[in-house]
Each structure stands twice: as structure tokens, then as C-alpha cells.
Design a binder for this molecule. Structure first.
Ligand code: NAD
Length: 248
């Protein structure tokens, strides 16, 4: 425990697992108060219990605008103002574009793109001067990786939004940046693929990665904390945490 982020209020969408949870843990352990959101009450309750009394779990689907309105109202009541917003909720949809259905396309964009857009819109009024917003993009938004056309396009849209939001929030002294993870073993793949497909996908990512390994959620969390709080002369940027995958 330390007090690096004492007095800071943080909202993390999709904070019940993976990268979002690791970020919540890093910040709570350093004194912040954190609201985590997600769709599964069971996952959220378990996460909140592990995080302790400085964490509050709010069930809220980012693709449902009434949920985001309710989240904003709850955050206003519980925290007042917000110093960091981590727009992290997301799903994968790994399949060739030829067999991608309208349903898969719509769900991916509803959560990953529309959900992120309206999360920022609805919570922006609560952000204080000097606050940091971090959007979660992905290494694949600058790649042509097989089976990722819908997901990658959505993440590329978020990369673009980081620039536009930055410009519009600049007058309020709010910075907006993106964190772009490479492969991080969080279980997100298994949510949309069979175990065999996920194992094969993972083996391919390890083989092609310059560091020959997956990243950890904690490695991404440290980058998020840096962008949210310490990168005070940085806005509209994308910070890559991918073992060199898109850089070397
Ligand atoms: P994860 O599945 O553990 O986390 C995603 C979280 O988002 C979950 O807690 C889930 O409940 C939540 N979520 C999903 N749909 C939601 C909705 N409609 N409303 C609210 N919450 C919702 O996986 P993760 O790997 O930690 O993913 C976090 C983010 O990182 C995602 O945006 C993902 O696209 C991105 N990302 C992950 C990787 C990776 O390799 N793991 C790589 C690049 C980018």
C-alpha cells in the first residue's frame, strides 16, 4: 500500500477482470477510490471484494445508454468529481470477414465503439480540470491480422476518437490518450473462441512477438496509470504496450 493516488477518484469500465481489474488494483493499492463497471454482477462482486473498501462495483452495460446515464448519476453521488476515466470494456470477435455476421459486427461496434464514445460523453461532465482519460485500443488497429477485421476497425475508430476528444476537452484541461496493448493473457479470447482456437491463436502471437511472450495485465495497468496521471504534457497520443509487436 502507498498513497501515490490518494484523493484521486477513478472510473474503470470493464474493471471486473483482466486489464481493467489489474488497473483498479494498482490504483486502489496506491490510495485511489475506484468505481469498476461490467455486465456480470457475480464477476463485479468478486472483484470488489478482492479490491476492498476503496472500490465500488456498479453493474452497467456500456452499450446501453440508460446504463451509462445511471452510472454517471451514481458516480456523481458517490465520488463527486473524477480524476481518471479508463475506457476499457471490450469484447473480441475473431473470425474471417467472409463469415462475419451482422450480429457479430453490430455487437462488436455497439460495445467497443459506441460504448466507448458514450462512456466518455456521459462521464465527461464529472471530469475535473487536469483529469486524464485513457481509451483502450489494440495493437491490431495498425495491423492486417487475419480474423480481426471488425475488432481492429473498431479499435482504429477509438484511436481516432482519442484525438478528437483530446481537442474538444483541451479547453477544460483534460487529456485524452490511448493505451494499445499487444497480446495479454486475460481470458478475453476464450470468451469468444473455443479453447483449441484460443490456444492456437496464442501460440501464433508468442511466435511472432519480438519478446516471445504475452504481456501481463499489470504491465498495461502501469501504462494506464502513467497516461492517466503522470503524462501531463501528452494528449491525443497512443502508448503501445505490445512487446515491440507493431514497432520492430
Ligand atoms: P477481459 O475480458 O478480462 O476484460 C473486458 C471487460 O469488459 C470484462 O470485465 C467484461 O465484463 C467487460 N465488458 C464486456 N462487455 C461489456 C459491456 N457491454 N459493458 C460493460 N463491460 C463490458 O479482457 P481484457 O483483455 O482485460 O480486455 C480489456 C480491454 O483490452 C478490451 O477493450 C480489449 O479489447 C483490450 N485489449 C485486450 C488485449 C488482450 O490481448 N487481452 C489486447 C489488446 C486490447
Amino acid at each position: 500500500m502507498n498513497d501515490t493516488y490518494g484523493g484521486k477518484n477513478v472510473v474503470i469500465t470493464g474493471g471486473g477482470s483482466g486489464i481493467g481489474f489489474a488497473t483498479a488494483k494498482l490504483l486502489v493499492d496506491a490510495g485511489a477510490r475506484v468505481v469498476i463497471t461490467g455486465r456480470s454482477q457475480t464477476t463485479l462482486d468478486a472483484a470488489a471484494e478482492r479490491l476492498g473498501t476503496n472500490a465500488l462495483a456498479v453493474r452497467s452495460d456500456v452499450s446501453a445508454l440508460p446504463d451509462l446515464d445511471a452510472l454517471a448519476a451514481r458516480v456523481r453521488d458517490e465520488l463527486g468529481t473524477v480524476q481518471a476515466l479508463f475506457v476499457n470494456a471490450g469484447i473480441t470477435s475473431a473470425m474471417p470477414f467472409a463469415s462475419t455476421t451482422e450480429e457479430v459486427y453490430d455487437e462488436s461496434f455497439a460495445i467497443n465503439v459506441k460504448g466507448a464514445f458514450f462512456t466518455v460523453q456521459k462521464l465527461a461532465p464529472l471530469l475535473s480540470t487536469g483529469a486524464g482519460v485513457v481509451l483502450t485500443t489494440s495493437a491490431v488497429n495498425v495491423m492486417g491480422m487475419e480474423g480481426t477485421s471488425v475488432y481492429a476497425a473498431g479499435k482504429a475508430a477509438l484511436r481516432s476518437m482519442a484525438r478528437s476528444f483530446s481537442r474538444e476537452l483541451l479547453p477544460r484541461g483534460i487529456r485524452v490518450n490511448a493505451v494499445s496493448p499487444g497480446p495479454v493473457d486475460t481470458g478475453i479470447l476464450e470468451n469468444t473462441m473455443t479453447k483449441e482456437a484460443a490456444d492456437q491463436f496464442k501460440a501464433e502471437r508468442v511466435a511472432e512477438n519480438p519478446m516471445r511472450r504475452f504481456g501481463t495485465p499489470e504491465e498495461v495497468a502501469r501504462a494506464v496509470a502513467f497516461l492517466a496521471f503522470d503524462a501531463t504534457y501528452t494528449t491525443g497520443a497512443e502508448f503501445v504496450v505490445d512487446g515491440g509487436m507493431t514497432q520492430l
